[in-house]
Write a protein that binds this ligand. Structure first.
Ligand code: FA5
Length: 335
């Protein structure tokens, strides 16, 4: 057989053998025999190299065609075999069914629902307001004019259009007063945002609960009674101590802060006083700006950090758990 005949033969037989390989081992064996260093193709190429110019001119095309056809047959069959293997392995009906992971309610959503339930049972309406707020409601109508230093204490994220991410839920008070009918008992639960350095008790995105009551003859005693009722109903611990400290917020007069601590021997970080909320009697100027006559009606308001409350409820020492993505931590406290 001359070289050209042998090359035609190699292509025909080789392609047929590769295509007929029953599995990957057989295919590899065929590849070595045909295309390996000591295979048939290599042997014919050596013959080709030694051939004269006339033979080379004719056999060159046949050599290239055989090379291409063998390689294509090899890779085509390899893909077929691998695809079939993957398909066969894709469904192993003998494997046990992978269990569904049960989800859980985020601890802040859980405690928010509890807080709302307590207030609804006391006759409060649930109200809401926008996260992107106007400066007017977040600051000005709350007796915090442009140049007031209290604005620095609540620095926030400003938008190009002059609006801001609300720094506290007190903004909802300012929104609501002009259109509300009295007496008013309302509670807001929602996210607030501050340009804040994050640590174990401060986050830049957290949740506040704002409660406010406006009626004739409202006093500090009503406020303290309401706050204590709420704390006792939501915290499921019997070792909680509460204290009231005088404080300043431009939108209340007088103003207070309420701290809590746990007294159990193993309370750890929670054994120290933790500031839970700010509160006070609504400033007459805030009522007036909202169209309410402070001579006729008085009110109290409070704003509480819900994460802080949840930390005490569950004994969580670091606020970053709530906005973190560690589901193992969140699952423990969810419902
Ligand atoms: C206020 O936001 C006032 N609007 C509260 C208020 C309402 C006072 C009505 C009087 C009448 P303050 O900045 O202190 O106040 O925040 C209130 C509560 O939110 C704090 O007591 C704390 O529990 C929580 N809080 C404040 N900053 C953070 C923070 N960075 N991370 C988590 N919780 C916070």
């Amino acid at each position: 057989m001359d070289l050209c005949e042998e090359l035609r033969c190699l292509q025909e037989e080789g392609v047929a053998r590769l295509q007929a390989a029953a599995d990957e081992d057989a295919l590899e064996e065929a590849r070595i025999a045909l295309l390996g260093r000591q295979g048939r193709f290599k042997a014919l190429r050596d013959v080709f190299r030694a051939a004269d110019a006339d033979t080379k001119r004719v056999a060159g095309r046949l050599l290239a065609a055989a090379d291409e056809a063998l390689k294509a047959a090899w890779s085509g069959r390899q893909q077929e075999l691998r695809g079939a293997g993957a398909e066969a392995g894709a469904i192993d009906i003998t494997l046990p069914v992978a269990g569904h992971r049960r989800g859980s309610i985020h601890p802040i959503s859980r405690i928010a629902a509890d807080v709302e339930e307590v207030f609804t049972s006391m006759g409060f309406a649930i109200v809401d307001g926008p996260h992107v707020e106007e400066e007017l409601f977040n600051f000005t109508r709350l007796n915090i004019p442009d140049d007031h230093p209290a604005r620095d204490a609540q620095d926030t994220f400003w938008l190009d259009n002059g609006r801001l991410l609300r720094t506290h839920t007190s903004a909802v008070q300012a929104r609501l007063y002009p259109s509300c009918s009295l007496p008013l008992r309302a509670v807001v639960v929602g996210k607030v945002f501050r340009y804040e350095e994050v640590d174990a008790t401060h986050d830049n995105t957290f949740t506040q609960v704002e409660g406010f009551v406006v009626d004739a003859g409202i006093t500090v005693a009503h406020m303290i009674g309401t706050i204590k009722t709420m704390i006792n109903a939501v915290l499921r611990r019997d070792d909680v101590e509460v204290r009231l400290r005088p404080s300043f917020f431009p939108f209340v007069e007088p103003g207070f802060e309420v701290d809590v601590r746990c007294t159990a021997a193993d309370a750890g970080r929670l054994g120290r006083w933790i500031e839970l909320l700010g509160c006070g009697m609504i400033h007459p100027e805030v009522l007036r700006q909202g169209g309410i006559d402070p001579e006729q009606h008085q009110g109290f308001a409070f704003g509480m950090g819900l994460e802080r409350l949840a930390m005490i409820r569950h004994g969580i020492a670091d606020i970053r758990v709530f906005n973190g993505a560690d589901l193992r931590a969140l699952h423990q406290f969810g419902a």
